[in-house]
Design a protein around this ligand. Structure first.
Ligand code: GDP
Length: 300
């Protein structure tokens, strides 16, 4: 929690200082409510969630005025946690079953942190004693396979890659085949994120999934979203969600942004569990997403 707080320092100055400062100040006039609303919008909480959060705070406070800063914090905490859908299952399915490895596809637009996330996730799983194989199906970006292989060497996972400009689906197929033959626990496939057109994406990603499913069922499709790009990211996410069934979201680059409110928007609009968050470029900068711990870190 301490580390999470450190990484979320910029968002914390919005939630924990600005908004909480106003809420804890006793009777709020219309100007203060407007300021709270503007602040939450600036933090990328989105209009729908901001309205819902502010309405809830107003009605709770009308019924039960807070008498201390601690009470204000407890109220704000409860309202925020509730808006992160705490009931969702956020476990990453990475255990072998029915005689084959767990298959995880990592999807998202280039530059969001797909390859880095694949590497970090492999590291977490290897540290847990699992045998992991990485599939470099991002054959569009020339350096992606090298980057993934470097991660593999770093964390102790084998990497399967294709020739330059190979068909992503054939690399994915080879990775899964090798993963089955060598009896690994999970195969994590880094895909290409070419969002030139929706049909292009659908063809490519749809094909990867179809081809992989000839060998084994897909356990997770993790969508990687860059937390710093706000509405654009959300629009991208919807395109991906239309093309493949997303089972979880990884929100990267939450470190260094004051717009951590995007987590609420992603959670409420996509209604797919946010499972992991990226908190930096380093190998250990991937954390499971826990709504309560996250809100605690936001409030400081
Ligand atoms: P891809 O094109 O989606 O595979 O993206 P990459 O994995 O190559 O990442 C793009 C850039 O984002 C790299 O410079 C990464 O180091 C950086 N990056 C990825 N995740 C995070 C994160 O959680 N925090 C920060 N600060 N940078 C990140």
């Amino acid at each position: 929690l301490h580390r999470l707080r450190g990484r979320l320092a910029r968002s914390q100055s919005v939630f924990g200082k600005s908004v909480l400062g106003l809420l804890g100040g006793g009777d709020l006039d219309e100007d203060s409510w407007e300021e709270i609303e503007d602040t939450l919008l600036m933090a990328d909480l989105g209009t729908a969630t901001t309205t819902a959060v502010v309405d809830k705070l107003r009605s709770e406070l009308a019924a039960n005025p807070v008498r201390s800063a601690d009470e204000a914090r407890a109220l704000f905490r409860a309202v925020l946690v509730e808006h992160l859908m705490p009931e969702l299952d956020r476990s990453v399915k990475a255990l072998p079953h029915s005689g084959h490895p767990a298959i995880l596809l990592v999807v998202g637009v280039n530059g969001t942190g797909k390859t880095t996330t694949t590497g970090k996730l492999a590291r977490v799983l290897v540290a847990d004693g699992r045998r992991i194989l990485l599939g470099a199906a991002d054959t569009f970006r020339a350096a992606a396979a090298d980057q993934l292989q470097t991660w593999g060497e770093r964390v102790g996972a084998q990497t399967v890659r294709g020739k330059e400009a190979a068909d992503p689906a054939s690399v994915a197929f080879d990775a899964v085949s090798q993963g089955i033959d060598s009896g690994v626990d999970a195969v994590i496939i880094d895909t290409a994120g070419r969002l030139h057109t929706k049909t292009g994406l659908m063809d490519e990603l749809g094909k990867v999934k179809r081809v992989v499913e000839k060998k084994a069922s897909v356990d997770e499709v993790l969508l990687v979203l860059d937390a710093t790009i706000g509405q654009n990211g959300l629009a991208q996410a919807k395109v991906f969600a239309d093309v493949v069934d997303i089972s979880g979201v990884v929100l990267t680059k939450l470190d260094g942004t004051a717009k951590g409110g995007i987590v609420f928007q992603v959670q409420n609009e996509l209604r797919v569990p946010v499972k992991l968050v990226g908190l930096g470029e380093g190998a250990d900068d991937l954390a499971p997403f826990d709504p309560e711990a996250f809100v605690d870190a936001l409030l400081g």
